[in-house]
Design a protein around this ligand. Structure first.
Ligand SMILES: C[S@@+](CC[C@H](N)C(=O)[O-])C[C@H]1O[C@@H](n2cnc3c(N)ncnc32)[C@H](O)[C@@H]1O
Length: 249
């Protein structure tokens, strides 16, 4: 937990530990902020290994495929991938729902790649891709170090991944590194809401606001920044936000 007055911040977490802000409140000149130590990438991967088998069921419960499809269409992903040699990257691919949603709005298959820290999630994605008759090149990797050259992809996307990181802007700038000039960046993140607070308790994630997401995109010098709420069905309502923007050409 940290308490600040007049913008002087006192971090009370263990020294050196990365933290994720969970809640904040202003009382007069006081700004009170509660943060939690972020999980290390290895611990995170183990946690997702443990839930991988059930993840397709979770994705189904929150109607993720339909929700992602709608947001991808709004972002113009199908236009960004209209070229004959188009390539897309799904960071934190999980069981592959975002890639499946993308494939459903494209007239033909394109070259698609996915990375994830969790080996078991990658195994689940492999099965899901076979069932959907899609081909996805999968690699175990950290979003902070994407194993591809600069300016390789026409679309780089991530759904419900960045909120796990102490500084999501580091992941955004790595995603932008592998994006071609003029390419499309698409991210979906948990929104600040009642449901978002439950996700935060369970997963130690950020729950972000429209302003924060737009600010992060602008900090990364992206252009045409836009966003819309993402509806996760009756269980959760509009408790995620999709943001998209173009890398200046
Ligand atoms: C909430 S799941 C979302 C999965 C999928 N994108 C979806 O929307 O269904 C988060 C995924 O991000 C992966 N992940 C978390 N931190 C990561 C990191 N630093 N690098 C790569 N993948 C990460 C997890 O292993 C997990 O598969």
């Amino acid at each position: 937990m940290s308490v600040t007055e007049n913008m002087k911040s006192l971090q009370t977490g263990p020294p050196g530990q990365d933290t994720i802000p969970i809640a904040s409140r202003d009382f007069g000149s006081w700004h009170v902020e509660i943060s939690r130590g972020a999980r290390t990438p290895c611990v995170m991967a183990r946690q997702y290994d443990g839930v991988a088998e059930n993840w397709p069921r979770t994705a189904h419960r929150f109607q993720l495929e339909a929700a992602y499809r709608e947001a991808l269409l709004a972002s113009g992903a199908h236009i960004a991938l209209a070229g004959s040699t188009a390539r897309a990257m799904d960071c934190g691919v999980g069981s592959g729902t975002l890639s499946i949603a993308l494939a459903s709005i494209l007239p033909k298959q394109i070259e698609c790649h996915g990375i994830d820290m969790s080996r078991e999630m990658l195994a689940t994605a492999n099965i899901a891709m076979k069932q959907a008759k899609l081909s996805l090149t999968l690699n175990q990797a950290d979003i902070l170090s994407i194993p591809y050259p600069d300016q390789f992809f026409d679309l780089v996307m991530a759904a419900h991944v960045l909120e796990h990181l102490p500084d999501p802007r580091c992941a955004l700038s790595e995603m932008i590194r592998v994006l071609k000039p003029g390419g499309l960046l698409f991210v979906c993140m948990t929104r600040r809401s009642f449901f978002g607070a439950l996700v935060q308790l369970r997963w130690r994630t950020w729950a972000i606001t429209e302003r924060q997401g737009v600010g992060w995109m602008r900090d990364c010098e992206m252009s045409n920044v836009a966003f819309q709420p993402v509806n996760l069905g009756a269980c959760a309502g509009q408790s995620s936000l999709a943001f998209w923007a173009h890398k200046p050409g």
